[in-house]
Ligand binder design. Structure first.
Ligand code: ZN
Length: 158
């Protein structure tokens, strides 16, 4: 006996519902795992087997990502000004050069170039940032203005 139209319709419907159910449970099974989606290239977005990016391009991206990670780690090392003590002193150097030296603030804990810019505009003087040891220097006797500004920012000053 040939199946009736109704029986065929029921079968198709059943197959459809089964397919849907299996499809859903498969999706759930792989959700959040590495099988959820095939790995794709971060540069072109293609599946890795389809990716035509060069090794140099991929290296450049990896370098950029590691730089960003280093930047994140650097920012994590920053300390709030209130937890740091700056030591401000005035020095006379050869050639009658006078400088105001700020010690005790490290590159690791501070954005020293940004701090220098702030102090330069507060003092109306030029300056420089040094490393090893980490120092901020301003031209001339700026002890008063520097101390005032550092305290304003929140640093403890000795
Ligand atoms: Zn690619």
């Amino acid at each position: 006996m040939a199946p009736s139209y109704d029986q065929m319709l029921q079968f198709v419907l059943l197959a459809f519902v089964c397919g849907l159910t299996i499809g859903k449970s498969m999706t759930r099974l792989f959700a959040g795992t590495q099988f959820d989606l095939p790995p794709t290239c971060d540069l072109c977005g293609q599946v890795e087997s389809e990716c035509g990016c060069s090794a140099a391009q991929k290296q450049a991206l990896a370098d950029q990502q590691s730089q960003e990670q280093q930047e994140q780690e650097r920012l994590a090392m920053r300390k709030p000004p209130g937890k740091q003590t700056a030591r401000v002193r005035f020095e006379k150097r050869k050639g009658n050069r006078r400088v105001t030296v700020i010690a005790g603030l490290t590159h690791q804990a501070n954005d020293l170039p940004a701090l220098l810019a702030t102090l330069q505009s507060a003092c109306g003087a030029g300056g420089t940032v040094k490393s090893d040891p980490d120092l901020v220097e301003l031209q001339g006797d700026q002890v008063f203005a520097v101390t005032k500004k550092l305290k304003e920012i929140g640093y403890k000053v000795k």
